[in-house]
Design a protein around this ligand. Structure first.
Ligand SMILES: [Zn+2]
Length: 95
């Protein structure tokens, strides 16, 4: 299976790891922010989701938490050091 989560390429450690970005607390969302920060730095998950393997198979991209996570991930990686990112779209998707 080409996009198997256990595929060795997802465990590559050669990806550039950005400096942590501050996440806006939207009111009792500090626990979500903590989880998001952990997910961003979990390289196998990051490599899998940023490879678009999920998006190619997703049957409901407009109502999918994983697709929203991918969007968040891409925004996170574009955010400059010292800037703050709001996880509002992701938080809305999981409510
Ligand atoms: Zn999806």
């Amino acid at each position: 299976m080409a996009d198997n989560i256990l595929q060795a390429s997802y465990f590559k450690q050669d990806a550039v790891i950005a400096e942590p970005v501050g996440l806006t607390n939207l009111g009792n969302t500090c626990f979500i922010n903590s989880v998001l920060q952990c997910l961003v730095y979990t390289l196998p998950l990051r490599n899998y989701f940023l490879s678009d393997a999920h998006r190619m198979r997703c049957k409901s991209p407009k109502a999918c938490v994983f697709c929203e996570l991918i969007t968040f991930w891409k925004q996170y990686l574009k955010t400059e050091k010292g800037e703050q990112l709001s996880p509002d779209s992701f938080v809305s998707a999981i409510k």
